[in-house]
Design a binder for this molecule. Structure first.
Ligand SMILES: Nc1ncnc2c1ncn2[C@@H]1O[C@H](COP(=O)(O)OP(=O)(O)OP(=O)(O)O)[C@@H](O)[C@H]1O
Length: 350
């Protein structure tokens, strides 16, 4: 099932191409839309909601054409805008009730839904105070509440962690995750911080300069590449044991990077099949003798163990690590990257 699909979607402003032939399918669940400032995230959201026309191509949201059926889409989709748009003189309750009424809820239902939604986002007594005195975190919560109040099937959240400190960001990301797990609402959440979506999203779409860089399940980002962290002791024969091991492993054909603290990172082969077009292996069929990723990982372990033993070094630790999303996007010239990794990304990877 597809929740959002775009087909060669382009948006041109005078002198700027905000979206450039973007074709992407997004399914249910929590999807992160990542890109540096100006990558085209807000533009995409506005087109999906039918609030801005595309220059070329098409977009469908919940099966409806965003160019023709904008108002029908907005009935079923909630939107949390990036910028502050809250009237300072009214309370969160008054504002969210108003938004619920605008969405067509009767008065009593609007009040009940508002109370439930504000409770869900963690606003209690403060909900009766004018919003002008709210902290950034409270304002972001009100913006999230008004996106949820009419019980949408999908919410589009534009930079919901903007302006929040690390603790506030974590809380907001937890809330966003619960929007899906507690209510079954699908979420598209934008951020220029690639790393923060790693724990929250099932799927990540990365855009840069309005173009699609990558669209992949979060596990795919982190599981396809890994490394073995190895630390060894020095000996009289090898006063720099780390360097000796690095040279031995490199000579054995492994790609090795050195980290501060005498740690060597040995690249492992992909742990999952990086080529999704390849048919899955039938588990009932005996292995044909071809090497698999698991074989490659075992071989790397064996090579490290043997090299350490041959050099007579002490092995302090050898542990497998999965890369975090942010690392996947850092340039790693020592490793021949898969074609779509080679495109690189300009998203902020803090
Ligand atoms: N109304 C507009 N008129 C002209 N240019 C625009 C307009 N809206 C957006 N742009 C330009 O289109 C590009 C994409 O902007 P967009 O706001 O979609 O990016 P973004 O990824 O959401 O970034 P940010 O997080 O900084 O808002 C930018 O170069 C921006 O300056």
């Amino acid at each position: 099932m597809t929740v959002i699909e775009t087909d060669s979607l382009s948006k041109r402003y005078p002198g700027v191409t905000a979206l450039d032939r973007l074709t992407v399918d997004i399914g249910p669940g929590v999807t992160g839309l990542v890109g540096a400032n100006g990558a085209g995230k807000s533009t995409l959201i506005k087109i999906l909601l039918g609030l801005a026309p595309a220059s070329d191509g098409s977009a469908r949201v919940l099966g409806r054409d965003s160019a023709r059926d904008g108002s029908a889409i907005r009935e079923r989709v909630g939107y949390m805008p990036e910028h502050d748009c809250l009237p300072p003189d009214v309370s969160a309750t008054e504002f969210v009730v108003h938004m619920a009424r605008m969405s067509g809820l009767p008065r009593t239902a609007a009040r009940e839904r508002t109370a439930d939604t504000l409770r869900h986002v963690g606003l209690y007594e403060e909900r009766y105070r004018p919003m002008g005195g709210y902290s950034t975190g409270m304002k972001q919560r009100v913006k999230l509440a008004q996106a949820l109040v009419h019980d949408p099937e999908l919410v589009l959240l534009d930079e919901p962690t903007n302006g929040l400190d690390p603790a506030g960001r974590d809380e907001m990301l937890g809330l966003i995750r619960r929007v899906h797990t507690d209510f079954g609402i699908s979420v598209l959440v934008t951020s220029h911080l690639l790393g923060e979506l790693e724990r929250t999203c099932d799927h990540i779409v990365v855009i840069d300069g309005g173009k699609l860089l990558r669209s992949q399940a979060t596990t795919g980002f982190t599981a396809t590449i890994g490394s073995l962290a190895v630390e060894v002791t020095d000996t009289d024969a090898h006063p720099d044991g780390t360097a000796a091991l690095r040279d031995a492993l490199t000579a054995a054909g492994l790609t090795v990077a050195e980290e501060p603290g005498r740690l060597l990172l040995v690249e492992l082969p992909p742990a999952t099949d990086p080529n999704p077009s390849k048919p899955p292996t039938d588990p009932r069929v005996e292995p044909s003798g071809d090497t698999t990723p698991a074989d490659g990982i075992r071989d790397a372990h064996d090579l490290v163990r043997d090299a350490v033993a041959d050099l007579g070094l002490g092995l302090v630790r050898m542990e497998q690590r999965r890369h975090r999303i942010a690392e996947v996007f850092q340039q790693r010239p020592a490793t021949p990257a898969a074609p779509d990794e080679r495109k690189g990304a300009t998203a902020d990877v803090r």
